[in-house]
Design a protein around this ligand. Structure first.
Ligand SMILES: *[C@@H]1O[C@H](CO)[C@@H](O)[C@H](O)[C@H]1NC(C)=O
Ligand SMILES: *[C@@H]1O[C@H](CO)[C@@H](O)[C@H](O)[C@H]1NC(C)=O
Length: 862
């Protein structure tokens, strides 16, 4: 690593991260705190870590894998436990595990990690079993373990904190996880077939998801069913001073049997590509995939998958959801270009696009009609050339870009951990993909993207504490519930809470594809699959103009009699966090002054006199697509009494002491539960002693549900979160940028003085700083530029290393081998040999005796 890279790269990164766009951030419209909506939960006493869930819709059962136990519960009511079986580690095994340096209390236990349907009568289950992963079968009827104790290495992780994924396809388990005690070797495994232990195949992967696409029945070219894996790994194709992570999708074909000489007992169809999820306008990259979900359709080509992503640079907590077309992935794997490793100077391996001719049959492709016609009816018959190629080139050059070129959802200050997606048909007959996304703090977001407009319908606190959502399942058959697993238990969540929307306007403005307004019984209801939806109203564009307004005059106020000189707080709890509040006294808008304050939507009156008697209305205004809808949230009638009179305390009046004065807090009790007073920290209400007045013009053009006195001067408490937030961010950004620029200049001067910087680079930097241009940083492009700069074109194996090395401008990777030296090759053959050696460079030295490296010679190099 040369000094100039060490200086320039981190600076560029910092500047880049600060330029993150905040314009796309969303606020959940409705928030349900824990206990505000009814959820069904399951947990057993003395058992924790409910992280593995399996839904059997045929048996109407949810199977739950926890710490040392497996349960079967009724899927319609998970609190109804049907069966349980305990699977504990013997004391002896536990001690042995503890002797190896693992914690007896937390690690040397049996964490159930794999639970699949094996056949009609049997479940397949694997657990970490005190760092000796073991699998077994459960007879569904008796719900007992069959004590077959199969080896679980490569199927199930060794310890509770290692990442894993698995899918059962036709009684065969496909798994991605660690393969040794230390967790340094990772595999994608099925029976005897696995991945090579080689950096180009898997480079410290964190597996998050896997699933099968059954396309063989409908595939036009007779291709096979495919199993897809999603993971994050350390990039080989981008070179920086530090490890850059990338998200990958990889696949293998179901019919793969390995090669006969080359790639014996290895996948011959393992290919992988990078998944891109980034903000198009700011180039901010979400490079770590946390979870994925494939939304399968009857025609596999229409299938899409959703991924939740975070950024490796976690000083900014931002999460995003991107969706991708499965057909695009297939295109890249079946027709895209391959990446190829090449060594430049003595210690430097670089990945470039392979420009030579690719052998036939195409490496990595599933056996299809074309190959069968050439008499290659299975992978064992494939020619060595094809197999050797796929062994050396598992990485595709093309990346998989998201639908719409950007995220479906971006959210600040949350870390998304899990996602499931439901495709719902609205009453307009359009399909809507409803995303259910779990966070590391126990929240569930329900979100829809309406033609690039991000909308979070609800935020739900599904656990009593703040713990990560570890598993999410969606019941497919009747699509009624989401099941979430966590440390403390399992939660069953209905997909919608339509009945919680009390007014037509609220029901429509929620824009929930599951819900519609029934004008006959005046309720918000779930839309049904049958055709009984005739009279229901649903406008997912949020057009609530069709809602008939309640006759405002007829709303009877809550009456309160209060003492003169008192301080009082009138509560207002709008159903929507997107709404703005206006308070009116006797139909005249109230202005904030020394006597009136609005605090988190509630109205504070400091000194009650006769003049404060009257009808107080709290109006919420919510704007959707340029239309503003008003709703009366609260109405109070205040009667201020002379102090000599006896006070009749209303039951809802709570007397509290405040600043030495007696004060009252008035609430409309039935609405309090909806949005409690204490949950309003999200809002940044600003109070200034000088109040802001403005005439609300432009209101006349919007459909008004209720009469408003438009001419009135209004007080606007600053509820516009986005603007105040971005102001803060802007000033923060400005300060940081100034500091960074100063540091940067000092560094440049220092480096210039020390002559560390080459002339052209220095000129470029000064030019950029001088122009005040925003620095460009896109590692995709940087890397591509580098490749171009170096004018490298490798055509097959025919070109010498000298030509390759000419363009080297000194960008280097960290040394990959122990001492960082891979000898410089003079001849093409040697170059190829070195590439091979590099590519099979194995992971850390292993204690496990049973790990055999394919090429011992590769070791000797490192
Ligand atoms: C196909 O392979 C079989 C044996 O594997 C061989 O007998 C047959 O002649 C081959 N057919 C063609 C068309 O190459
Ligand atoms: C298991 O659950 C406990 C709390 O019940 C939690 O503290 C611990 O981190 C969990 N362990 C794993 C490996 O999930």
């Amino acid at each position: 690593m040369r000094r100039r890279d060490m200086i320039l790269v981190p600076l560029c990164l910092i500047v880049h991260l600060l330029r993150t766009s905040y314009s796309d951030l969303v606020v959940p419209r409705t928030v349900w705190k824990y206990g505000e909506v009814s959820l069904t939960t399951f947990s057993a006493s003395g058992v924790s870590n409910y992280s593995t869930l399996l839904l059997s819709e045929d048996r109407k059962m949810l199977y739950v894998g926890a710490q040392e136990a497996i349960f079967a519960v009724n899927m319609s009511d998970i609190s109804d436990k049907k069966h349980e079986v305990y699977w504990k580690v013997s004391e002896e095994k536990q001690s042995k595990c503890a002797d190896k340096g693992k914690s007896k209390e937390t690690e040397c236990l049996n964490y159930i990690r794999i639970l699949h349907e094996f056949d009609d009568e049997t479940l397949y289950v694997c657990g970490t079993f005190a760092f000796q992963p073991t699998c077994d079968y459960i007879s569904v009827k008796s719900f007992t373990l069959q004590q077959r104790n199969e080896e679980g290495k490569g199927k199930c992780p060794f310890g509770p904190n290692q990442k894993y994924t698995s899918v059962m396809v036709d009684r065969e388990l496909y798994s991605g996880t660690v393969y040794n005690f230390l967790g340094s070797v990772t595999v994608i495994l099925r029976g005897h077939l696995r991945t090579e232990y080689a950096i180009p195949w898997l480079n410290e992967p964190s597996f998050v998801h896997s699933d099968v696409i059954r396309e063989s029945e409908t595939n036009l070219v007779g291709s096979d069913d495919k199993v897809y894996f999603f993971f994050t790994e350390v990039a080989v194709e981008y070179e920086f001073y530090s490890r850059i992570l990338v998200s990958r999708i990889a696949r293998v074909c179901k019919g793969d049997q390995g090669g006969s000489r080359i790639l014996q007992k290895r996948w011959t169809t393992f290919l992988k590509a990078r998944l891109v999820c980034s903000l198009p306008e700011s180039e901010f990259v979400f490079n770590v995939i946390q979870d994925a979900y494939i939304l399968k359709t009857s025609d596999w080509k229409e299938s899409v998958f959703y991924g939740v992503f975070t950024s490796q640079w976690s000083n900014l907590e931002v999460s995003a959801v991107c969706s991708f077309k499965m057909s695009k992935v297939e295109d890249v794997f079946s027709t895209g270009k391959f990446m190829q490793s090449a060594s430049f100077d003595q210690s430097h391996v670089k990945w470039v696009i392979f420009g030579g001719s690719v052998p036939l049959p195409r490496p990595g492709s599933c056996i299809n009609n074309e190959e069968r016609a050439l008499n290659f009816s299975n992978s064992l018959m494939l020619p060595d050339k094809t197999l050797q190629f796929v062994k050396d080139h598992p990485l595709m050059a093309d990346t998989i870009k998201p639908i719409g070129n950007g995220p479906k959802l971006v959210m600040k200050n949350v870390k998304y951990t899990q996602i499931v997606v439901d495709r719902v048909r609205g009453l307009d007959n359009h399909l809507y993909d409803v995303m259910f996304i779990g966070t590391d703090k126990g929240l569930l977001h329900k979100a829809v993207n309406f033609g690039n407009e991000m909308h979070i319908i609800e935020e739900l606190h599904i656990f009593s504490g703040s713990e990560p959502v570890q598993t999410l399942l969606l019941s497919k058959e009747d699509r009624k519930y989401i099941y979430a697993g966590s440390h403390s238990g399992v939660v069953q969540v209905p997909v919608a809470f339509c009945e919680k929307y009390k007014t037509c306007t609220d029901c429509i403005l929620a824009r929930d594809p599951y819900c519609a307004w029934n004008p006959l019984n005046k309720s918000c209801t779930r839309i049904m699959k049958d055709n009984s939806n005739n009279n229901l109203m649903q406008f997912l564009n949020g057009n609530a103009a069709h809602c008939r307004t309640k006759d405002v005059e007829s709303v009877s106020p809550e009456e309160h009699i209060v003492k003169q000189g008192e301080l009082i707080e009138l509560k207002c709890l709008p159903a929507s966090r997107l709404a703005k509040i206006t308070w009116k006294l006797n139909n005249r808008t109230l202005h904030e002054n020394s006597n009136y304050r609005v605090d988190q939507n509630n109205l504070l009156i400091f000194h009650l006199t006769d003049a404060e008697s009257g009808i107080y209305d709290c109006w919420s205004r919510e704007t959707v697509k340029g239309h503003t809808y008003q709703q009366l949230v609260e109405r109070y009638s205040l009667i201020v009494e002379n102090p000599v009179n006896i006070i009749t305390a209303s039951p809802t009046t709570q007397l509290t002491k405040m600043e030495g004065k007696s004060s009252s807090t008035l609430t409309s009790t039935d609405k309090e539960r909806r949005t409690p007073h204490t949950i309003t920290s999200w809002i940044q209400t600003e109070f200034s002693t000088s109040t802001e007045f403005h005439t609300s013009t432009g209101m006349s053009s919007t459909p008004m549900l209720t009469p408003t006195d438009n001419a009135d001067l209004e007080i606007e408490t600053k509820f516009d979160r986005s603007s105040s937030m971005s102001e803060e961010i802007n000033s923060f950004l400005l300060c940081t940028l100034v500091v960074i620029t100063l540091l940067f200049l000092m560094l440049i001067i220092y480096n210039c003085y020390m002559k560390y910087l080459p002339g052209p680079c220095l000129t470029l930097c000064l030019y950029k700083v001088g122009n005040g241009k925003k620095p460009q940083f896109d590692y995709d492009n940087v890397s591509e530029e580098l490749v171009k700069q170096q004018s490298v074109q490798i055509n097959g194996d025919n070109q010498g290393s000298e030509q390759i090395a000419t363009g080297d401008k000194g960008y280097e990777t960290e040394s990959d081998c122990g001492n960082g030296k891979i000898p410089h090759a003079e001849k093409p053959q040697e170059l190829k040999q070195i590439q091979e050696n590099y590519s099979i460079k194995s992971v850390d030295a292993e204690k496990d005796a049973d790990i055999k490296y394919i090429d011992e010679e590769a070791q000797s190099l490192c």
